[in-house]
Design a protein around this ligand. Structure first.
Ligand code: HEM
Length: 534
């Protein structure tokens, strides 16, 4: 039995969607923490309708079986949900159970609560504390806090770290990495990397003018070269046309893929790795150790360079040099670099795979982009500037539309820090709430003509009556824990698209590809784009 609760619900409020500059209708309800709630099981809305607050146990969802709970559902062969296709699972749960779905009794982890209501997602985000808890990566928590406690000590970084230690670290690094001035300094270096990448693409064309079957790995190399320039202050040499499989860059890419792409398996299937060193866990640790070694090597080299540098103004310093100059302990820069490299390769690479595939299969839209680029860059060889990037309005809208329709990160989430009423159910603290943006970003209720690929919906002057709920599609998350690399991710994507599509056309003349989740949601198959001179 649960106690009786009584509270007021705010009425619907119509408001302009700030993100899309289009109007969105949103309703908000008040949070009800167990301590502040008056007793009762009735919820009175401002329009005086009465609704009952239902217990957590009544939330619909797949039924758990004894001993194996719901874990069996994600097991190979016997499970009904394929863990490698979490996007499909997200759609299936919504179709079968509605806007709130509970996956309970998962062995070794808290319940997962899938929430498909943008207003309620907004509520959870807006009510989060100054130390939001993103439920992710217990394997990384074990690695940083247990296996390599000797290295990390009390400095865990930001990824997989929570509470005060997270806040302290994030406060130290957030200002430099999110400052527009810092990001602008990297336009030229990122453009240099991208020019090298395009030369490489031209050299890679086969007799049909197509990219090789492992072109996605080439995109990973471009992404690593960019992030290496930002987080390690070095050019790692990924653009070398003859990189052997055991080269340092390829080993970093493989390690990042391994660390991220096995997370779902380690977290959702029976967590044997918690109790004894499984093969998966042993390889995970070896990969993470490799990251520690690489980051230590390059950050100490950057520190040595800085010692011999005559600096007149802080503005002359790179991102890493700023952190090294302001923090006594070089481990802060090393652990920061490790977090950025760990999550900054696969995310952006898969986003780029998806965006290029969408452009290559939407020739009309690609022409619009080319026309815009011709206007902003009449001379294709003139260097990019912040002002020119600002003027690429259609380019940015196209990227947002890909993120909305094919959400690269299929969802985000928060562990509730307090009991909360969600869609009329009393959800206890500790439950992990999942926001499946891959589904909410495609719901007609929140996005007009959601099924239509329409980049203009993101352009104020062109969106007409289209509305976008501001919490239906949040590619970089929201609030104090929002993506730390978002400014660099946007910059890298913009530079790449501007450089390719100003001078070349991409086509994809093969069977359409399905989307699938590895760690990110991206086209599943060979990206053999045909590259044609303009
Ligand atoms: C298109 C590419 C990317 C997407 C879609 C993306 C998306 C996200 C999302 C959804 C989160 C969780 C935010 C939240 O909990 O509210 C996140 C966190 C994070 N991202 Fe990104 N990201 C991308 C690229 C990058 C890159 C390139 C870097 C590094 C340079 C990066 C670094 C981080 C870090 C460090 C966090 C953890 C922040 C924290 O917990 O305090 N991301 N990202």
């Amino acid at each position: 039995m649960f106690s009786k609760l009584l509270y007021r619900k705010r009425t619907l409020i119509a408001r302009k969607c700030t993100q899309a500059k289009c109007h969105a209708l949103s309703k908000q309800t008040l949070r009800l923490s167990s301590s502040s709630a008056p007793p009762g099981n009735i919820l009175i809305q401002e329009d005086e309708t009465v609704q009952h607050v239902k217990p957590y146990s009544e939330i619909p969802g797949p039924r758990a079986i004894p001993i194996l709970g719901n874990t069996w559902r994600v097991m190979p062969i016997i499970g009904q949900y394929d863990i490698s296709d979490t996007a499909k699972v997200s759609f299936e749960l919504h179709r079968e159970y509605g806007k709130i779905v509970k996956l309970s009794n998962l062995v070794g982890r808290p319940d997962l609560l899938f929430l498909y209501d943008a207003d309620e997602i907004e509520k959870v985000y807006r009510q989060e504390s100054v130390t939001p808890f993103r439920p992710s990566m217990p394997c990384l928590v074990k690695y940083k806090g247990d296996v390599r406690k000797d290295f990390f000590g009390t400095l865990g970084g930001v990824v997989g770290v929570h509470g005060e230690p997270w806040k302290k670290f994030r406060t130290t690094v957030q200002k430099p990495i999110l400052q527009v001035q810092t990001v602008k300094k990297y336009i030229e270096p990122i453009e240099d990397v991208t020019k090298d990448f395009i030369s490489k693409m031209l050299a890679m064309k086969d007799e049909n003018g197509e990219m090789p079957s492992d072109f996605d790995n080439e995109i990973h190399k471009w992404a690593l070269e960019c992030i290496g320039r930002v987080a390690l202050d070095t050019r790692l040499g990924c653009m070398d046309p003859h990189l052997p499989p055991d080269s340092e860059p390829q080993k970093i890419i493989d390690a990042a893929k391994y660390a991220l792409r096995n997370i779902a398996i380690m977290e959702l299937r029976f967590p044997f790795w918690r109790y004894f060193p499984t093969t998966l866990w042993t390889r995970y640790v070896a990969n993470m150790d490799y990251f520690v070694e690489i980051c230590t090597k390059y950050i100490y080299a950057a520190m040595e360079r800085l010692k011999n540098k005559v600096v007149k103004d802080e503005k002359e310093l790179s991102l890493i040099e700023r952190i090294l100059a302001s923090e006594k302990d070089p481990k802060i820069a090393t652990i920061f670099a490790l977090d950025l490299i760990l999550v900054g390769i696969d995310t952006i690479s898969m986003a780029v795979c998806s965006i290029l595939y969408q452009l290559a299969t939407r020739q009309e839209q690609q022409e619009k982009l080319h026309e815009e680029l011709k206007q902003v860059l009449p001379d294709p060889n003139e260097p990019l500037t912040a002002k020119k990037l600002d003027e690429m309005v259609f380019l940015k809208a196209f990227v947002k539309e890909v993120f909305r329709m094919y959400s690269t990160v299929i969802g985000n989430g928060r562990t509730l820090q307090e009991d909360t009423i969600l869609l009329g159910y009393k959800v206890p603290k500790g439950v992990q709430v999942v926001f499946p943006t891959v589904v909410t970003g495609n719901m007609e209720e929140y996005i007009s003509e959601a099924h239509k690929f329409y980049p203009e919906r993101w352009i104020k002057e062109k969106c007409g009556n289209h509305y976008v709920h501001p919490f239906a599609s949040l590619p970089y998350g929201y609030g104090a824990r929002m993506c730390l690399g978002r400014r660099f991710a946007d910059l890298e994507i913009q530079v790449l698209l501007a450089k390719i599509f100003r001078s070349y056309k991409l086509e994809f003349n093969h069977k359409p590809l399905d989307y699938k989740v590895t760690f990110m949601y991206a086209p599943d198959g060979e990206l053999t784009f045909k590259m044609i001179d303009r």
